[in-house]
Ligand binder design. Structure first.
Ligand code: SF4
Ligand code: SF4
Length: 174
């Protein structure tokens, strides 16, 4: 399994066109969606999120009202105080956990989530490679971007290509 983030970023960039072709391939061959789950079963147990934390540095974490109530309770704050201290507007205007570049989420400490038990729903499900095949297919366009910083998604996508009848590009840079 490849976990080197520099290599992963480089290869995801090189696989841009191939990943687009893979999306079209799955669309034309819906039976191949079954490989998403198999690929998740192979990749997820082999990558330890506790030594990574890159998603918490790279991606915005949206918070719902339920997330805010749970996090506020966990930190013994009023929800309004939690919102004031720990949230901000994301790129598309949604409420997200406060973050800054390059350190990422305000709750990330030494590659670990300091509010793990109360983390938002979106963090619990990430990186969403074990969802139903149709759920993944409906969002397949978004996975290559996620693969550029998440070793699980990168290896999952490559494994799904290998398991299916997809033919890779000879030269991914072309
Ligand atoms: S709340 Fe925890 S899991 Fe979610 S982005 Fe922040 S540090 Fe990561
Ligand atoms: S989900 Fe991906 S980016 Fe996040 S900690 Fe695990 S391997 Fe790293």
């Amino acid at each position: 399994m490849l976990t080197d983030l520099v290599q992963i970023r480089k290869l995801t960039e090189e696989h841009k066109r191939e990943n687009k072709r893979f999306e079209k391939f799955i669309e034309a061959n819906p039976g191949e969606k079954k490989h998403f789950k198999r690929a998740a079963g192979i990749v997820e147990p082999k990558i330890d999120c506790r030594v990574c934390g890159e998603c918490c540095r790279s991606a915005e974490a949206n918070v719902s009202k339920t997330d805010i109530r749970r996090l506020a309770r966990f930190l013994k704050l009023k929800p309004s105080e939690f919102v004031r201290q720990y949230t901000m507007a994301g790129e598309d205007g949604d409420t997200i956990l406060r973050r800054s570049d390059p350190t990422g989420c305000v709750f990330l400490k030494n590659k670990q989530c300091s509010v793990y038990e109360a983390r938002p729903a979106t963090c619990r499900g990430f990186p969403h490679v074990s969802m139903s095949p149709q759920w993944i297919f409906d969002r397949l366009y978004s996975y290559p971007e996620r693969a550029s910083y998440c070793p699980i998604v990168y290896n999952w996508l490559e494994t799904a290509k290998d398991l299916s009848g997809f033919r890779r590009s000879r030269d991914n840079k072309a």
